[in-house]
Design a protein around this ligand. Structure first.
Ligand SMILES: Nc1ncnc2c1ncn2[C@@H]1O[C@H](COP(=O)(O)OP(=O)(O)OP(=O)(O)O)[C@@H](O)[C@H]1O
Length: 308
């Protein structure tokens, strides 16, 4: 995507979006309700026209090659409409026809996706009797039916219990790592994004605020970073005093055998260690605590409030 823009009336749903997603990666597209995620997915599948900007998806222009492109992409929408009066198998056969899967291959393909998504023994039951998790798995099976190279998943685990969620996560890892498919994952679930995504972009009012690997984003956002220092218990008080004198150290928390310090710049750490050594305090280990995507998301939000 290059400078992609799309408005609805006065609302700029997608605002000058530039982004590249690599083949085979799981890319997380994060953002608040109304941030522009669904609009982007619709643009990328050629079901909505952009106002300006360019996009290339699987080497095709979605605006002119939409039908060809959609035969190679799969989409799980937030509210997948399944026909509840039909069985799981019948729902899939119907879509196999829409996807123009050759008639002699339909049954095999339907059986394959039913098995992949753990529905083989329920394929002949009516969808109306499925649990929410089973419906979601059937919707996923449908999105994968025509073996798409690129799959868009909008909140794939919303409303699922922890076990069904885990199964969907395993499936996303499997199609990406083992089958080399590209996954474009729209989610509000930051823990999900952190565990699944190679890279993420955080969208706010149609604009990308930050993009990168989850572990790289902390640096970009200026999130506070915590380090745990292992120190001899009898020297804990002296260590606190030495660190409290450093203005670059924002907070110091002591426990029985470790100190946690909060900084915004990792360059503070060598100075902090130097002042501990000067105070003759013995440091046995320094470990950086992992910054979660949630920390980053909240830091972005905080920064926005501070800016306004
Ligand atoms: N067809 C439409 N007509 C008018 N406004 C629209 C239309 N589609 C989207 N919008 C507006 O564009 C903005 C972005 O909506 P979009 O659905 O892309 O957000 P989203 O990030 O997918 O939200 P959610 O997480 O709630 O699904 C919103 O302000 C929405 O009201």
């Amino acid at each position: 995507m290059q400078h992609l823009t799309r408005s609805f009336g006065n609302v700029r749903a997608v605002d000058d979006l530039s982004l590249t997603v690599a083949t085979g990666e799981v890319f997380g597209f994060l953002g608040h309700n109304g941030a522009g995620k669904t609009t982007t997915v619709r643009l990328l599948n050629g079901v909505l026209e952009s106002d300006s900007g360019q996009m290339t998806v699987l080497g095709l222009n979605p605006q002119t090659d939409g039908a060809t492109l959609r035969a190679r992409t799969g989409v799980l929408t937030e509210m997948p409409s399944l026909d509840e009066r039909l069985t799981g198998t019948e729902n899939l056969i119907y879509y196999a026809d829409l996807y123009s899967i050759p008639a002699d291959r339909v049954q095999q393909r339907v059986n394959d996706v039913l098995e992949t998504f753990g529905l083989s023994d329920r394929g002949s039951d009516r969808v109306g009797g499925y649990s929410k998790g089973m419906k979601q798995r059937l919707a996923l099976a449908r999105a994968f039916l025509h073996s798409p190279e690129l799959i868009f998943l909008d909140e794939p685990t919303s409303g699922l219990d922890p076990i069904a969620t885990q199964e969907v996560h395993d499936m996303i890892r499997h199609v990406s790592r083992d089958e080399g498919r590209t996954v474009f994952l729209c989610t509000h679930n930051l823990i999900e994004a952190q565990s699944l995504c190679d890279r993420v972009a955080i969208l706010e009012h149609g604009r990308i605020k930050v993009a990168g690997a989850p572990h790289e984003l902390a640096q970009q956002v200026g999130t506070r970073i915590r380090y745990v220092l292992e120190i001899a218990p009898q020297q804990m008080d002296a260590a606190c005093v030495a660190l409290a004198q450093m203005t670059a150290v924002e907070a110091v928390e002591a426990s029985a055998s470790s100190l946690t310090i909060t900084v915004t710049d990792r360059e503070v750490i060598p100075d902090a260690l130097a002042s501990l050594v000067t105070a003759q305090i013995r440091v046995y280990a320094v470990t950086q605590q992992q910054v979660s995507l949630e920390d980053i998301y909240l830091a972005l939000h905080g920064r926005k409030e501070a800016d306004s």
